[in-house]
Design a protein. Structure first.
Length: 399
């Protein structure tokens, strides 16, 4: 075991984040309120008002490919179905939450190394009996302002494993490297696209929602970075496709809570994140949802939506390429210590979006961190940008 002392920023200002709430203002616990905080800056593609953007020229073809008569389906609600809650759960933790290693499986080479602040009792999608679904685990660190997400997660004897792990810096416009997946098939963060009860109760959702379709194109458009299909039809929606509820659609006859969701679908739209059932929108489970009201959304069809004009559609033939981050130095001072003695790890990195140090440290900002190793340890700095990842190591000898 290693003891680690990491300096974290306990409060991110409203000015820095461009939102009404602060990261540290979130309520710690399971399925708690974010108290107005919206992950990522206000200019992030998830958080921008797209209500006046042009309709994509291919909109009709894409809607017809999805199925114009397919009905909207809220994939969240109150209660349980077959001993599973309805929706994707999350938890908010303090910076003092112990970090644990996650054993990575299928997508280890497109994952972020830990450790991660995941408690042994963290909620897995489908709890209390998760079954064989996507088994997402979503954890927000309110003090460090990081978002941790796992796909196909399991815990046994207190040890976590997952097929994919992604760490998101909620203070910046973070993205995965081009063609990399995430805990979501499109390479997107899962949490930011969920409809949550605390938002609806407060009267407004300030971001796009996540949705699925049965078949997508072998392509993606930002903010997505990954495709999950062999279909090359240009009528098939690329991952990251954004649908918008038409401005002409009358929402006045729906209950107030539905109107909050529908208003968000007009202002922010919904972003294609995974292959699944047709226009299922995602949300967090909460026993305060009114399932009767949510079911009224099923009267809305795909023909009531339009595709917002897309940016560059990336296919295998035009994926952007560029240089990985440059790590000029990664050092330890001192490099040989007695057990319990502090060591400062320092680094100089350019063109990096986010940095992670393994083991025991996790994501870091700035240029240094203090660790207290109790055994000889090799630390690895992982520097990642939109093109690739670079690594460097340094060994601290404990005697």
């Amino acid at each position: 075991m290693l003891a680690v002392a990491v300096a974290v920023v306990s409060l991110f200002s409203v000015a820095a984040l461009g939102q009404a709430g602060t990261c540290s203002g979130m309520t710690a616990g399971q399925l708690t309120s974010l108290n107005g905080f919206v992950p990522f800056p206000s200019a992030n593609l998830w958080n921008t008002d797209i209500s006046t953007l042009p309709v994509d020229p291919n909109s009709t073809n894409i809607i017809n490919f999805i199925g114009s008569t397919v009905t909207l389906h809220p994939d969240f609600g109150a209660g349980q179905i077959r001993n599973q809650t309805i929706g994707i759960p999350y938890q908010v933790v303090a910076g003092t939450q112990a970090k644990v290693n996650v054993t990575l499986g299928l997508y280890f080479d497109e994952s972020d190394p830990g450790p991660e602040p995941i408690a042994a009792n963290a909620l897995i999608e489908g709890y209390p009996k998760p079954g064989n679904g996507d088994r997402h685990v979503l954890v927000l660190d309110k003090d460090g302002c990081w978002l941790y997400e796992l796909f196909n997660a399991s815990v046994k004897n207190g040890k976590w494993s997952a097929d994919q792990a992604s760490i998101w810096d909620m203070t910046i416009n973070d993205q995965r490297p081009y063609t990399w997946t995430s805990a979501d098939a499109a390479g997107l963060p899962v949490f930011v696209g969920l409809a949550r009860y605390d938002e609806v109760a407060a009267g407004a959702i300030h971001h796009a929602l996540r949705f699925t379709v049965p078949s997508s194109q072998r392509a993606f458009v930002l903010p997505a970075t990954h495709w999950a299909s062999t279909n090359t039809s240009t009528s098939a929606p690329p991952m990251g496709t954004r649908l918008r509820l038409k401005a002409s659609f009358d929402i006045s006859g729906f209950p107030a809570d539905d109107q909050v969701i529908l208003t968000a679908l007009k202002k922010y739209g919904m972003i294609l994140a995974d292959n699944g059932s047709a226009i299922f929108i995602s949300g967090a489970p909460d026993d305060r949802w009114n399932n009767t009201n949510l079911n009224l959304l099923k009267s809305i069809t795909a023909s009531n939506f339009e595709v917002v004009q897309q940016g560059t559609i990336y296919t295998p033939g035009n994926v952007p390429t560029g240089a990985a981050p440059t790590i000029s130095s990664f050092t330890a001072n001192p490099t040989s210590v007695s057990a319990g003695q502090s060591v400062t790890l320092s680094w100089s990195v350019s063109s990096s979006t986010y940095n992670i140090i393994a083991p025991q440290v996790g994501p870091v900002r700035g240029t240094s961190v203090v660790v207290v190793p109790t055994a000889t340890t090799t630390y690895t700095l992982n520097a990642t940008n939109q093109f690739d990842r670079s690594t460097a190591t340094v060994t601290v000898t404990v005697h």
